[in-house]
Design a protein around this ligand. Structure first.
Ligand code: FAD
Ligand code: UDP
Length: 394
């Protein structure tokens, strides 16, 4: 039998999880091969320029945020940052609403000015007392009561997940803040910024600083596995696929994106609605909770990138059932899926030379900073484990 090339780590997936772990391991002198079945790096965070020259996020909008100085400082080796105040609106009852729910939303609902005191009193009366919210319905009801829950959360969640908020873990809707003041930023983390030249440019820098890294795109784990002799596998794809769905398939939600680009006169005409030169809609993202509207949100990423160009691209997101020909964008956080995942996790814990990391590898609704943290931690563990037994390439 032909000798296979010897490497230390075979890494499946060139997204945040795969590339961050590869960077740390290569930097320490280990030989890593990263593979991905897509034709590009970056996983779902990949960005690129469309036909009109607009920088877009083809797999949905990626708003970087973090509370971790360690993670921000790690990524800052590969990028400058462009600070962004991620602002979005919700559109229902024929108008735009300030969102996430805050004092401005309350005033829009009342149709007159109000105060923090009145807003607080209103909420005190509307809140449903539930000591330990168990699901996504309860977590919103304990904060704002039925009216706002039914307006903004129940239909949107049904549309996005095809499950009632009662079936979803509290963390799903619980990640959306509710504010007593007028703060209308969508996110709560202390650091909110996007890579100044985009995510793909950041990953390219990361690869440049991964000595000896071999990157193979357009290829699958099944194809690559027999081609390498590796000491350890890092798998960032779906854990149930790795085990041939032996305990049954974990559910995922997918998305279909429809893009439209506007420029010139057409764009000028919209400026009356957006209220902003060169922009089509009044905010980076508009959420459409109503069930009659088939999409969940429209995103105009140019609000966040600040790109100077006489064109803009607006993307509509249509939630879809996942089937094997589609991307498994979201794990579905319910108690039943947590139990099924636990069976795969128990099997994964028996492995001595396979690590599962990332959103799909651990079946967790994780953000980019969280998977970066996970990859850094796993790389540290692997450095400890293999430092003495492997002879790093010279
Ligand atoms: P991925 O990016 O999914 O990368 C895994 C890679 O592995 C993929 O490229 C895949 O093609 C490849 N792969 C899988 N199986 C195989 C195989 N068998 N063989 C070869 N290759 C394989 N996070 C934020 O922080 N902020 C946001 O605003 C945000 N918005 C999001 C919006 C959407 C619509 C989605 C879907 C996610 C969003 N996220 C956001 C989450 C973010 O995308 C993830 O946290 C992050 O990309 C996960 O990185 P990863 O490397 O774990 O996985
Ligand atoms: N959500 C909602 N209404 C909204 C926005 C969010 O009901 O206007 C719920 C919905 O269940 C959604 C979850 O909160 O899936 C998390 O929202 P987020 O915008 O963080 O979703 P993501 O960007 O991950 O798709």
């Amino acid at each position: 039998m032909e000798d296979l090339p010897e490497i230390d780590f075979l890494i499946v997936g060139a997204g945040f999880s795969g590339l961050v772990s590869a960077q740390r391991l290569c930097q320490a002198g280990f030989r890593c091969v990263v593979i991905d079945n897509r034709n590009h790096i970056g996983g779902n965070a990949y960005d690129c320029y469309d036909e009109a020259g607009v920088l877009i996020h083809p797999y949905g909008p990626h708003y970087f945020r973090s509370n971790s100085a360690r993670i921000v400082s790690y990524l800052s080796q590969f990028t400058e940052w462009h600070e962004v105040s991620y602002q979005i609106k919700s559109f229902t009852q024929q108008k735009f609403w300030s969102f996430p729910i805050n004092l401005n939303t309350f005033e829009e609902w009342l149709g007159r000015p109000s105060t923090e005191l009145e807003w607080r009193d209103y909420l005190e009366n509307q809140r449903i007392a539930i000591e330990h919210p168990q699901n996504s319905e309860e977590v919103i009801l304990t904060q704002v009561g039925w009216d706002f829950y039914r307006m903004f959360f129940e239909p949107y969640t049904l549309k996005q997940w095809k499950r009632h908020p009662r079936e979803l873990q509290a963390s799903v809707c619980g990640r959306i803040p509710i504010r007593l003041n007028r703060d209308d930023r969508y996110l709560t983390e202390s650091f909110q910024a996007m890579p100044a030249a985009g995510y793909t440019a950041m990953f390219e820098k990361m690869i440049e600083q991964s000595p000896g890294l071999v990157l193979r795109l357009n290829t699958s784990f099944a194809e690559e596995k027999p081609r390498w002799s590796y000491r350890h596998l890092i798998f960032t794809g779906p854990i149930d696929a790795y085990y041939d769905h032996c305990y049954g398939s974990l559910p995922y939600r997918s998305l279909r994106f429809e893009r439209e680009t506007y420029s010139g006169e057409e764009l000028r005409a919209r400026e009356a609605i957006s209220g902003k030169p060169g922009l089509w809609q009044p905010a980076l993202q508009v959420n459409y909770p109503d069930l009659e509207v088939p999409y969940t949100r429209t995103v105009e990423i140019k609000h966040a990138t600040g790109q100077k160009i006489d064109a803009t691209t607006v993307v509509r997101e249509f939630p879809e059932d996942w089937t094997p020909d589609k991307e498994p964008f979201y794990p579905v956080p319910t108690d039943a899926t947590a139990q099924l995942y636990a069976r795969y996790k128990a099997r994964a814990d028996q492995e001595t030379n396979v690590s599962f990391i990332g959103r799909l590898g651990t079946y967790r609704y994780y953000n980019m900073d969280q998977v970066t943290g996970m990859a850094l931690t796993e790389a540290e563990k692997l450095l400890q484990k293999y430092q003495s037994t492997l002879s790093p390439s010279s």
